[in-house]
Design a protein around this ligand. Structure first.
Ligand SMILES: CC(C)(COP(=O)(O)OP(=O)(O)OC[C@H]1O[C@@H](n2cnc3c(N)ncnc32)[C@H](O)[C@@H]1OP(=O)(O)O)[C@@H](O)C(=O)NCCC(=O)NCCS
Length: 409
């Protein structure tokens, strides 16, 4: 088995795998696959001269409490039917992490197919995302009188730009290649966008993109809502409400910092009435994305948490090491450190005997550092342990909004 960079001739063999796993319909010549290939740095795994596994990697950034850190997005990991369970996907993903850590990326992220697999590579699960399903006619928002604009594939460039310039909240991810947005727009022929432009400059200022399950009556899945100001968000919701005479159900991921239920009329009654139906009104919570720190020093240097200050030893275990060849320069972030977290944070190598010790896996530490789950909770459910007093201090220190990636990949 050889792991190497993608070359042009691999296109058809990767496509064959994507068809085998049900991501592409062999009958369709989907532009979307070409766009994925164009947007990604790809590693392939060759067995007997043919590509049987691949890992797609996309550059981007992630907002950590107001600071943008370079992100390595692991966008698609696949192994063909004949090459499963030979360790190909694990080793290739680990190698992509090592390469991108060496290329200056601070964090890696992915959408997981199941809990547990990427934990073996040092990833930790993000917080629950709330997917709200509601009747758009039930939205309690002021009526907008402005005329919206239609958006489609032809507007991909400005849609991408608008996404990159949206309001930056903690955890928000940007994927840089414009092909990623073009691929999202190409996902479904019936997809459409609506938005608003600046009346003077004509610039697209806020919009949403919808992928309807049934164009006539819904459900309509809102893939993203992009805005910079609160009033823009309400204006977009007003547009959704105006579709409510015809469309029975809209689904969207709750935006950061908003309790969406506040904007709905009689949510409990609607939920009772629609239970188990095609247009069921509900709020579904699911934690489906994961992150891991690639560069501990950079991440700690950029940690500014002014509410408390805590100093401790860190014994960090990084399981990714098991998947990497010993000659690889980056071997994960495992090791012994002592650090201070607070308004200014500092990381130093080695232990300091005078300090209490936190023991954690790379994934559990990432979860605490991102503010996804408090240290005391991780001590119950994940690979993290420390004396009670230190856990309490860590809980008081990592006070930040729940991270929301706000860009699925
Ligand atoms: C996911 C996928 C890429 C794994 O490919 P692979 O090359 O078979 O993976 P590896 O050989 O590296 O790892 C398989 C091992 O992980 C284990 N594993 C799988 N899911 C796991 C989980 N949730 N938790 C812990 N271990 C898990 C398997 O049991 C197996 O271990 P074993 O060999 O000891 O039985 C492959 O199944 C695939 O292409 N699936 C369809 C596409 C997909 O969902 N991709 C992931 C997108 S995020």
């Amino acid at each position: 088995m050889t792991i190497r960079d993608f070359i042009e001739k691999d296109f058809q063999e990767i496509k064959r795998t994507w068809e085998e796993i049900g991501w592409l319909d062999p009958k369709e010549d989907r532009e979307i696959f070409k766009l994925f290939v164009e947007s990604s740095k790809i590693l392939v795994g060759e067995v007997n001269g043919e590509v049987e596994a691949s890992v797609f990697n996309i550059p981007g950034d992630i907002n950590y409490n107001g600071i943008k850190l370079p992100l390595h997005a692991v966008a698609a990991v696949t192994t063909s039917r004949i090459a499963r369970k030979r360790g190909l996907a694990g080793r290739m993903t680990a190698l992509s992490l090592a390469r991108e850590a060496n290329n200056g990326k601070s964090i890696a992220g992915l959408g997981m197919f199941e809990q547990g697999y990427y934990n073996l590579l040092g990833f930790g699960t993000g917080p629950y995302e709330h997917e709200l399903s509601f009747d758009p006619a039930d939205l309690k928002v002021p009526k907008s009188t402005r005329m919206p604009c239609r958006l489609g594939s032809k507007d991909a460039e400005e849609i991408h730009k608008n996404r990159l310039n949206r309001f930056p909240k903690h955890g928000a991810v940007n994927l840089f290649p414009p092909q990623t947005t073009r691929a999202d727009l190409a996902y479904k022929d019936s997809g459409f966008g609506l938005g608003f432009r600046d009346e003077e400059t004509g610039e697209l200022t806020h919009h949403f993109w919808v992928s309807p399950e049934d164009v006539e009556h819904g459900p309509y899945n809102v893939i993203w809502v992009v805005f910079r100001e609160n009033k823009q968000f309400l204006e977009l919701l007003s547009l959704l409400r105006d579709l409510g005479d015809q469309v029975n159900l809209v689904r969207l991921n709750e935006p950061a910092g908003v309790q969406f239920q506040d904007l709905l009329k009689q949510p409990f009654k609607r939920s009772r009435i629609s239970r188990k139906g095609k247009f069921e009104v509900k709020n579904r919570a699911v934690a489906y994305w994961q992150l891991r720190i690639l560069n501990l020093e950079e991440c700690i240097k950029n940690t500014h948490l002014p509410f408390n200050e805590v100093s401790f030893n860190l014994e960090l275990h990084d399981p990714v090491k098991e998947f990497l060849p010993p000659e690889e320069n980056w071997q994960g972030i495992g090791g012994e450190y002592h650090l201070t977290i607070g308004g200014e944070s500092v990381l130093k190598k080695g232990l300091d005997k005078s300090l209490p010790t936190l023991k954690a896996s790379a994934g559990a530490f990432t979860r605490m550092w991102m503010g996804a789950v408090p240290a005391s909770g991780l001590a119950l459910t994940d690979e993290l342990s420390a004396p009670e007093e230190l856990l309490a201090e860590l809980d008081k220190t990592f006070l930040m909004p729940k991270p929301r990636i706000d860009w699925d990949f």
